[in-house]
Every structure is written in structure tokens, then in C-alpha cells.
Design a protein around this ligand. Sequence first.
Ligand SMILES: Cc1cc2nc3c(=O)[nH]c(=O)nc-3n(C[C@H](O)[C@H](O)[C@H](O)COP(=O)(O)OP(=O)(O)OC[C@H]3O[C@@H](n4cnc5c(N)ncnc54)[C@H](O)[C@@H]3O)c2cc1C
Length: 414
Amino acid sequence: MTMQLPIVVIGGGTAGCTVVSTLAAMTTQPIVLIEPGSPSLHDDESAFFSVLSDVALSCVVQTTLVDGGDDKPYVQAHVLGGGSAINGLLLTGEEPSFLHGLTRMATEADCGQVGAALLAENGRLSRLWWNGGRWNPGRAVQHLVDEGRVTIISDSVTYLEHAQRVVTVAHTTNEAIEGSVFVMCAGALATPALLLHSSLERAVTGIGDGLQNHPTITFTLQLKQSVTQRFDAAVVRESRSSSDAKLLTIAYERTDANDATTGLLSISLMDPESRGGVWRSNTAMQNDFNMLATLRDRTAMREAVRELISTAMSASFSAISQQVLVDSDGITVDVLDAMKNADLDEWIADHLTVVSHAASSCHEIVDSDGKVRGIGNLYIADSSILHSVPPCSPAGPVVIEAARIARALGETLT
Ligand SMILES: Cc1cc2nc3c(=O)[nH]c(=O)nc-3n(C[C@H](O)[C@H](O)[C@H](O)COP(=O)(O)OP(=O)(O)OC[C@H]3O[C@@H](n4cnc5c(N)ncnc54)[C@H](O)[C@@H]3O)c2cc1C
């Protein structure tokens, strides 16, 4: 009897673990998940910055935010469950229907002084990826591994071998894994990088094109009192620019796991037009989010920052903060407030903050069921296939799309 070749899922993050669980319920075919990160031990920890302080769960890659700008460090998950094991727990958009009961709305008791100040300035409580514990799809996969249904290979895929428009083997640093179907879920930066490194651009055009992220500006609040809250972020505020662009303000009770005297206030442009890309120059992989490349995005972001300035200077925030710092040079919010538009635009381009919401770098190369056009057995199901960066916290749309693609693929399998 010949052994049935497995379905190979590459990357066990938010999308990869969702794909594995969905397929395991639909087919008896063997499933192999290749994920270099270990399971997280922090799913009972409600403070996001405390989880992030475990550096084993993430890695940093260099990214360019604005064309010609300096490289900035982008935090990427390196853990079973991916971004869902380490994210900020905010679920500002639609809750995936099949997760009802696994997330919940924050209450005023969950938030601290920064959240309370934003609530007083037209903020609202957010839904959280939390209901007595963090929603981490890696936990369901771990059960499937314990039951012997799924095999995990703890390694990184280095390249895909392919012949005549069919992928045959995923190579890791230590192994060559043959498969019948390959589902890429390494995230919006790693998935296109891996396809380009595998020379698939000769068969597929558009790999890496259209990369997006949320342009974000963050102010630091030096607080009058130490923080004591349960969640690091539970309050948000949605607003619109004059051109109807979507803006999201988030109140963070801390700046990192150890500092109880500073908080953060951020504002993001949630529906940017600007797009960048991931590409290969010689052997090195590069990326550029190319943020604020259009006049509409630059104007919306300037209005966003003026809104953030006004919030930071409001009575609610003055009551809790000794000082608001807008950058590491110690510039105060009053100085920023006095800047003319042209100077403010320049300051914004220099001081954009990196958020880990990369998306859309492979949306041009897949059909509506996530199948890579022109390749017989290669699918993509992670954030790279979203048509644009979601206008909400992104894990929800990533989960919904990953489950949809896995179901469509599962229906084609015996
Ligand atoms: C710090 C942080 C805070 C965030 N906050 C929020 C939030 O509050 N709310 C929200 O909705 N979203 C948030 N996000 C974003 C959200 O988590 C991501 O959009 C989502 O997890 C992306 O899912 P993905 O499956 O595309 O990638 P990931 O979940 O990042 O999964 C990619 C997986 O691929 C693995 N991998 C990478 N390279 C390889 C390789 N070569 N071979 C094999 N495996 C590989 C990685 O180890 C990782 O586990 C946050 C993300 C981060 C990192």
C-alpha cells in the first residue's frame, strides 16, 4: 500500500492554525504543519505587554514605512498560534461567527486610567480576544497533535521545490517534506519572501505587490499615578477625516511590561490607499510599505494627528498625565500643535510607528479560493491574501478568510 502524501501547511500562526483545525475536521488525509515557534505558555496572561516581553515568541524583521525612509523594526510572531498568541487582544471589527463565546466585550472594570480618559473623550469599550483566557488557535492544534491527528515539524521552510507548475517538496533547514497540497500561512512578509526565494516569480507574476499596513502615530503619556489595570488596551475611538477616511484611536495603559508610569495614545489611518511591496534584490529580501504615498492618505493622517493632539490636550488627559511626549527627542505636544501643515507632514513621515498589521502582499496572485493562479497545488490563506489591510484590528478578517479557504479546499479533498 502506498502512503498518502500529506497536506502541508507552512506557518502555524493565526491563519495556519485555523486552516489546520478546519481541514482536520473535513478530511482524513494526513496533515503536516511546519512552524518554527513553540506553543505559548502565556494564554492566561491578560496584559499584552507582559506576553510580548517573552522574546522567544517573536522575532524582528527590518521594514521601510515610507519610501526612502529609515528601516524600522517590525515585530513578527514566532510561536504556535502566531499573532493570536501575542497580539494586543483588541477585536474592533466583526467577531468571526464560529468563535461566538470565545471573545467578549471589555467592561469599565477591565480598563485603567488611560482607557477611562479616552472613554470620556467619545471612546468606546472594545471587544477582546479574551473570555477567561486568550483566544489562541495554537491550542486547538496542540490537541490535534496530542491525538496524533496532526504532525508538527518545528522548523522554518527555506524554499519550495516545484516542477511543471506543481510544488513537490517543502525544504526546511533539516528536512525535505513531500506533500500533495501546500498551504502558505507564514504571514504577509514571510509568505511572499518565501515564494520569491523559491523562484516562483518565473511562474507567477505579482508576488509581493500591494503590501499594506496601518500608518500610526503614537504619543507617550507620563502618568501622574502608576497603572493597576487588568488589560493593557481595552478602549478605542473610531472617527473620520474630512475625506471620510477611517481613523482609530487606541488607549494603552502602559508602554512596556515593566513601566507602570507611562501610557500610550495612538491613532491609525485604517483604510489607506497607499501600497508597497516585498521583493528580492540579488539574494536579499526587502520590503517597503510605501505609506502616505497619496495626497489623500497624507491629508487624512495630518488630520488624524491634529485629532490626537486635541485629545492629548483635553481635560480628561490633562487630569491623568504630567506631560505628553510626542517623540524620543522630548518634543512636547504644544510644539507639535503649533507646527504648520508642511512641517507637521514632514514630522509625521519621520515618526510613523510600526504596527504589526501587514497584509495584502499576495492578493494579486490567488483566485477567490486562495489557490495560486497557474500552480496546481499551492494555496495561500494568511493575511497576505486580504485584498487590503482591514479597516479594523486585522486578526478577525484573517481568521474568517483562512477558515473560508480551508473549507473550500477541504471540499475538494476525499
Ligand atoms: C505585537 C502584535 C500585536 C497585534 N495586535 C493585534 C490586536 O490587538 N488585534 C488584532 O486583531 N490583531 C493584532 N495583531 C495582528 C494580527 O495578530 C495579525 O494580523 C495576524 O496574526 C496575522 O496572521 P497570519 O496568519 O497572516 O500571520 P501570523 O499569525 O504572524 O503567522 C505566521 C506564522 O508563520 C511562521 N513562519 C514565518 N516564517 C516561516 C517559515 N519560513 N516557515 C514556517 N513558518 C514560518 C511564524 O512563526 C508564525 O507563527 C497584532 C500582531 C502583533 C504581532
